[in-house]
Design a protein around this ligand. Structure first.
Ligand code: SF4
Length: 715
């Protein structure tokens, strides 16, 4: 237990007393083996305490190994104990959510010798809805495998305490689970639901309402913030119970997570799924909500008109999908710009889809009018109608986009299409509408209204991008803080950078071949393959090779893998298997090399001998094909700013830091990071990448010399 009063005479947290827990032989140290006191961790804790005591915003970059979760949990738990305010801790990944809830919080509470009610909240779609389960059991399914799964889930529902999908012993078919999970718009609520007493989700809400600390993910946090901002207010339960303080971990993902949350969209697949919920027919067998509802009505209520309209909507969605896929072309992406309105190809199918949806919804609405609205199937059918109506609304947004730009220079949303699906023949188009700027939304919904907002990550800052090598916090955090709206808030923002305690300068070699070509010259590919082959042969595997596109990965893999395999080095490639399975194979086979892109730049946590070499093939500039990123670049340029200096470069530097960070996951790790991109030395901005890394051993020589240096360093 901590000696002394943690709240001082001003009723503020006392950082000195909290820090004692993190000293050698402190309460935390005594509960961990091989604990080391870290100055950066103590400084970080002091910043968190300040943010709580001064009701302020804070942005903190805490390098790998600082021990950031203990440093924010100690003040947060103590604050929750001594006040009646609720604190939300939001993370980007379920892994971190679970680690906080299952390991870190219990350990800190045991160190404090205190009890604080904490609740892990997952999105409601993760929980079984008993009312929908009972409806699904009544409804005859046409699919025997689905029936089998339904039977098993019914048995499990009688045994589970959580109702959480992750506790089901198998992975239910997505289409089936979407019919069984809890949803806000299909929920009958505490007033009408016959299952309310046993409802898993309602039990979770009660638990959350009694907790002082909520562990959530960014999506859930944004869902709550959005609803409050749109009028639900700050006093009552919305998605989460009311709270006043927020800690956002993995905050470098905030802009992406918020963009995804605040986006709207639809696809032919989603429309078909909704229509199938309403009505489906195989042979003479009919099923769906309308068939259930039809049983309550005179025989003529579900005549041929509605099934025919459903068919028309399906056909119209098909046509819109075909046109959209044609626009996506070989790139698989298409953005609506001023030069293009839907008129050219999409106009007709979208208009048809919009009209048929409206017609169908009107017809079904009439059918439902005189029925008991609290009846489960009626309620659910109405929720589906609302979803279909929102698709019609989005069709209108696409149809009117060109006109809106012409009239008002509308820049608020990016409208774009993306081909999805596994193969070209089995694919569909997603119609997306994404807010162009997330900053103003988060400013109003998050930063302006909560007493304390603390954003934490291992990568939030960039070194000064002008190559001067020195700068203040405002400059170093500007990219992240501007993008996510923290600097727009009318409040002071506290900053801190807390360097990793890992001995990079002794245990890491950073190598950049001085003869590496620029990536846009023909020699680049040969150089890359030669370098990968030679470097991985020296390390004998234990290597992660990072690419910026799947196409580049595929090409290099095809050329490099055969020779490496001959040497007995197992070559693994993203896409060959599930991500977590690939990582497990890689972790357990030190003679392996893993070729990865996108998601492998971050969240790969492989300590020890399994990872001793990271090869970064290209500097991770975002592809110009990304429609949302491109639109955001254009907006900056249009406003007379430099999209390269303010967006492309800092974005790439942040990702580069993430890639570099894969190597050292514990203080005893060692190894090399090799960057094969000539732009590091040949472009002025290359220095910004090097300046953003901690001090390491370096080798900036020709590739042949680097190979010798690597061998010497590793062995
Ligand atoms: S209260 Fe809502 S989520 Fe719970 S069982 Fe009823 S309908 Fe389902």
């Amino acid at each position: 237990m901590l000696d002394g009063t943690i709240l001082d005479k001003n009723n503020s947290l006392d950082a000195d007393i909290l820090c004692i827990a993190l000293e050698e032989n402190g309460a935390i140290a005594n509960r961990l083996s091989a604990y080391e006191r870290r100055d950066a961790q103590l400084d970080f804790l002091r910043l968190i305490v300040r943010a709580f005591n001064e009701d302020s915003l804070a942005a903190a970059e805490a390098g790998t190994g600082v021990g950031k979760s203990f440093a924010y949990l100690l003040p947060a738990l103590e604050f929750a104990l001594s006040s009646d305010e609720r604190i939300v801790i939001s993370t980007a990944t379920i892994t971190l959510q679970e680690q906080l809830y299952e390991k870190d919080i219990p350990l800190v509470l045991s160190a404090l010798e205190k009890k604080v009610k904490c609740c892990l909240v997952k999105g409601r779609g993760n929980y079984l809805c008993l009312r929908r389960l009972s409806d699904a059991r009544l409804e005859q399914s046409l699919d025997s495998e689905e029936n089998e799964q339904l039977r098993t889930i019914s048995v499990w529902a009688g045994e589970t305490k959580t109702g959480s999908r992750s506790d089901i012993p198998f992975l239910p078919e997505p289409a089936l689970w979407s019919r069984l999970c809890s949803e806000s718009d299909t929920c009958l609520g505490m007033q009408f639901c016959p299952e309310r007493e046993h409802c898993f989700f309602m039990a979770l809400r009660r638990e959350a309402a009694n907790a002082s600390i909520l562990i959530v993910n960014h999506h859930l946090l944004f869902a709550d913030l959005a609803a409050r901002h749109e009028g639900a207010g700050y006093e009552s339960m919305v998605v989460l119970p009311p709270f006043t303080r927020v800690i956002i971990d993995e905050a470098h993902t905030m802009e992406t997570a918020a963009s995804s949350f605040f986006s709207k969209g639809w696809s032919r697949l989603g429309i078909n799924r909704a229509l199938s919920r309403l009505y489906r027919k195989r042979g003479i067998m009919k099923s769906g909500l309308l068939v259930q509802i039809g049983a309550l009505l005179p025989a003529s209520a579900l005549n041929n008109t509605i099934p025919k309209l459903i068919k028309s909507v399906r056909e119209a969605a098909e046509k819109a999908d075909d046109a959209a896929l044609a626009l996506c072309g070989t790139e698989g992406l298409f953005r609506f710009t001023q030069d293009y309105s839907a008129e050219a190809l999409l106009n007709q199918p979208l208009e048809l889809l919009q009209k048929t949806i409206i017609k169908l919804c009107k017809r079904i609405d009439t059918m439902l009018k005189n029925l008991n609205q609290e009846e489960g199937a009626v309620w659910e059918a109405k929720a589906i109608l609302r979803r279909l109506e929102s698709v019609a609304e989005l069709c209108r947004a696409f149809l009117e986009f060109g006109l809106a730009i012409e009239n008002s220079g509308m820049d608020n949303d990016v409208l774009w299409l993306e081909r999805q699906g596994r193969t070209r023949t089995d694919s569909w188009a997603a119609f997306n509408l994404t807010p162009l700027s997330i900053g103003p939304i988060l400013k109003d919904a998050l930063f302006q209204v909560n007493k304390t907002v603390i954003c934490v990550s291992a990568t939030l800052s960039t070194a000064p991008l002008d190559g001067t090598g020195s700068g203040d916090y405002d400059t170093m955090f500007r990219f992240w803080a501007d993008r996510c709206g923290a600097t727009l808030a009318d409040r002071e923002l506290l900053y801190g950078i807390f360097p990793s305690p890992f001995p990079y300068s002794q245990r890491t070699l950073l190598a950049v071949p001085s003869d590496a070509p620029l990536p846009d010259v023909p020699e680049y590919q040969d150089f890359t393959v030669r370098a990968i082959n030679s470097l991985v042969r020296i390390s004998g595997g234990s290597a992660l090779v990072l690419f910026t596109s799947y196409h580049a990965l595929q090409n290099s893999y095809e050329e490099a893998a055969p020779a490496l395999e001959e040497e007995g080095i197992r070559c693994l490639k993203q896409g060959d298997d599930d991500r977590s399975r690939l990582l497990e194979i890689f972790l357990n086979d030190q003679n392996s090399v893993l070729f990865g892109t996108d998601s492998f730049w971050e969240g790969v946590d492989i300590p020890g001998e399994a990872l001793r070499l990271v090869i970064i093939c290209r500097l991770p500039f975002r592809t110009l094909k990304d429609p949302v990123f491109e639109a955001r670049r254009e907006l900056l340029d249009k406003n007379g700013r430099s999209s390269f200096m303010e967006l492309s470069l800092p974005d790439a530097v942040m990702k580069f830091k993430q890639g570099f960070g894969r190597l050292m996951r514990s203080s005893s790790d060692y190894g090399a990071v090799v960057v094969l991109d000539g732009r590091i030395f040949q472009k002025r901005y290359g220095k910004a990448f090097l300046d953003s890394l901690p001090e390491t051993k370096t080798s900036f020589n020709q590739l042949d010399t680097i190979l010798r240096d690597l061998e010497q360093f590793l062995f």
